[in-house]
Design a binder for this molecule. Sequence first.
Ligand code: PMP
Length: 384
Amino acid sequence: MKPLSTRATTIRPSPTLSLNAQLAARGAAGEEVLNLSVGEPDFPMPELARDYALKAIAEGRNRYTDVGGVPELRERIKRKLAEDNGLEYAPGDIVVANGAKHALFNAFLALCEDGDEVVVPAPYWVTYPEQVRVTGAEPVIVPTGAGLKLTADQLAAAVTPRTKAVVLSSPGNPTGATYSRSELEALAEVVVRHDLFVVEDLIYEYFHYDDGAVPSIASLGPELKDRTVVVNGVSKSCAMTGWRVGYTAAPPEIAQLIRRLQGQATSNVSVVAQYAAIGAMDDVPWEAIKSYRDRRDLAHQRLTAIEGVRCGLPTGAFYLFPDISTLLGNRTTDEFCSELLAEQGVGLVPGSGFGAPEHVRLSYAVAPSVLETALDRLATFVAG
Ligand code: PMP
């Protein structure tokens, strides 16, 4: 037989998805699993999202929609971007995709090709480098050090004549770190000077525990908006990960290419999910989102009480990403996590998949009682 696609075979499977499948299988087999590896909120989706979905079904909305999404949803997203981010887009510049993951994929496909480089700050969300690779471009991993955020100097040092774009995620997964306006301004100067594009992932935007809104680099002025693809969606903010609704907002030329790509790949997102997303955006579960701040504090306090664990207090998302290097001995983080799971039934994600092999990712999007028990067991495991 002829060989299969090199491009496809060099893509690494998502470590978070395979770990979750493994943990689910243990749970199904009757073993107790305290799963702190989840990447989705545990609160219910908004009522209005459900109502709008049921209404769409009852009204017989069964047909293809515009590739980029129904006009009502794109109008709603347009309003959201204006109100939350100070960004003015035409509805045609917005393309609704199957989750933020698909939206990101569309963005990378529209921007990158063989020979390009894309700067991916580490720790990174596992999917960025792999999606970049699919386009034929090369992800250039830039370690951010203790600050966990890319600095202007680090970006400038990573730029080569082949650099096409930089990925920014704020608040970040797995770091929970949020870029301030002044940090973005410093990065923006480098971006403009070197004529780069920015792929800006704001999927955790509403999970922000400091005062004020999460700033978007695209909002820093037309020079930035013209070179940025903003990615967002309802998966995390409205606890609708299974509904698969995300979107890009991009300059017209890029948005047209994204439309074209999506038009030949998937066409529109499920029409029912699109209507659900309108309801979701009108009924964001703010109270539930805000309550995650207490969980963050609880998890952080318990975690940092364990000797040897080093972890700053993240400002966003729902993850802690401690450095556990002093606890590893001669184990890798992957081995540490496997042993923890086997001995204590606690599931954490090793940092290796995020480009930070001395860290683990812990999600606090679980019931506080689970969080407390899991962290007690982690303490026992470490002490033992
Ligand atoms: N970006 C980041 C940083 C994420 O963590 C995730 C989900 N884990 C996504 C994008 C994808 O979101 P969606 O479920 O909407 O595809």
